[in-house]
Write a protein that binds this ligand. Structure first.
Ligand SMILES: C[S@@+](CC[C@H](N)C(=O)[O-])C[C@H]1O[C@@H](n2cnc3c(N)ncnc32)[C@H](O)[C@@H]1O
Length: 355
């Protein structure tokens, strides 16, 4: 029998080499043989029918949810955002883009409930995007690494937990500093997110993640069921580490786009824009508004979120001016990070919609 390598099969079937190896190890390719560390695939083998090609159909199985805690996560205002989805989502509007994906609360709602032909997500945070890619392409190994660290962490006393956390943080920062893109980076990213203080992602001026350990008695580090379901749903999704402006090539009049940029701080002390090494100031907000307005003129359906400057200054019309041509809705959310000094609790924030 003639054989081809996993690399050749990957090219032929339009999947990653890693995916071919997973299919082989799951015995889903007749006649595939493991020689040393290499898979050999019969030349005549056909790409196995993949359950994951059902990915954009409304799930008969479980809905997916964010696998991270993420500052500015949209789970609590999802109902309000949903009410602004275009009515033809999943029928005439067949594409979805989320250029500031973060923890992806809206993405997972769309993946759980709509049939989309193409999906594009991006974020400027390399390790976050690497984690999405790893969940899509290598979820089994990721789960095995996460389970390992979860077992060690949960069984340990406070002192040992502290050691595990800080050595994982050091290891993550080392791998980050050398641009390592392995599955280990994704496992460390999820572990740190689930066990650090408030699930924050903050880096210092050298780009090193510097959030201290959080105090959780029983953190869920590896939600295997959800990770597997997320992996299925992410199959075929374009996952890109890039500035939001690079989504331009994907977006057209059949696309629904949700923009959730770093919020404009409503007070100086409420500033929390350092998700990555780059800030997001007023000039950036204005540039983004121009980008959104241009896409809107090209027929894309758009919803965007931001903070409401009127929480602290009723005369501040910054966003009302930038988005004058769209509908601006004020909704209420509890925001610990954006809280106004002592007045912690609900603050209004903006939903901007052209649909
Ligand atoms: C408010 S958070 C998104 C939260 C997300 N919607 C959720 O539910 O978790 C903003 C995200 O924008 C990303 N970001 C910041 N500047 C960016 C840029 N220029 N282009 C793309 N992403 C950017 C940050 O890394 C962060 O993940």
């Amino acid at each position: 029998m003639d054989y081809i390598s996993a690399k050749e099969a990957a090219k032929k079937w339009g999947v990653t080499q890693r995916r071919v190896a997973v299919l082989c190890s799951e015995n889903r390719i007749d006649g595939a043989e493991l020689i040393g560390k290499m898979w050999l695939i019969p030349k005549t083998a056909r790409k196995p029918e993949d359950g994951r090609t059902m990915r954009f159909e409304p799930p008969s199985d479980m809905a997916v949810k964010p696998f991270l805690k993420w500052a500015g996560g949209k789970s609590q205002i999802l109902n309000e955002i949903r009410s602004k989805y275009p009515s033809k989502l999943g029928t005439d509007i067949t594409k979805y883009a989320e250029p500031f994906v973060g923890g992806g609360a809206v993405l997972f709602d769309i993946l759980s409930n709509y049939e989309m032909k193409e999906i594009y997500i991006s974020d400027i945070n390399h390790e976050l995007i690497q984690t999405y890619i790893t969940i899509r392409d290598d979820v089994k190994e990721l789960i095995s690494l996460l389970k390992n660290i979860e077992i060690r962490y949960l069984a340990a006393n406070d002192g040992v937990r502290k050691e595990i956390y800080y050595s994982a943080r050091d290891r993550f920062n080392f791998l980050k500093s050398v641009g390592n893109k392995s599955t280990e980076v994704a496992a460390l990213f999820i572990f740190l997110n689930r066990t650090c203080f408030n699930g924050l992602y903050r880096v210092n001026s050298h780009g090193a993640f510097n959030v201290p350990q959080g105090v959780y008695k029983n953190p869920t580090i590896c939600n295997e069921k959800n990770l597997l379901a997320v992996s299925e749903k992410l199959y075929g999704v374009k996952i890109v580490c890039a500035d939001y402006s690079e989504s331009r090539y994907f977006i057209d009049n059949k696309t629904f786009v949700y923009f959730d940029p770093p919020y404009r701080p409503i007070t100086i002390t409420a500033s929390f824009t350092s998700y990555t090494e780059n800030g997001f100031n007023d000039k950036e907000q204005a540039k983004l508004a121009a980008f959104i307005n241009e896409l809107s003129e090209c027929g894309a359906s758009i919803v965007a979120s931001n903070s409401d400057p009127k929480n602290t200054n009723i005369n501040d019309n910054f966003f009302d001016n930038l988005y004058a041509q769209h509908e601006i809705i004020r909704i209420y959310a509890s925001r610990a990070i954006n809280s106004i000094g002592s007045a912690r609790g609900k603050v209004s924030e903006l939903l901007i919609a052209n649909v």
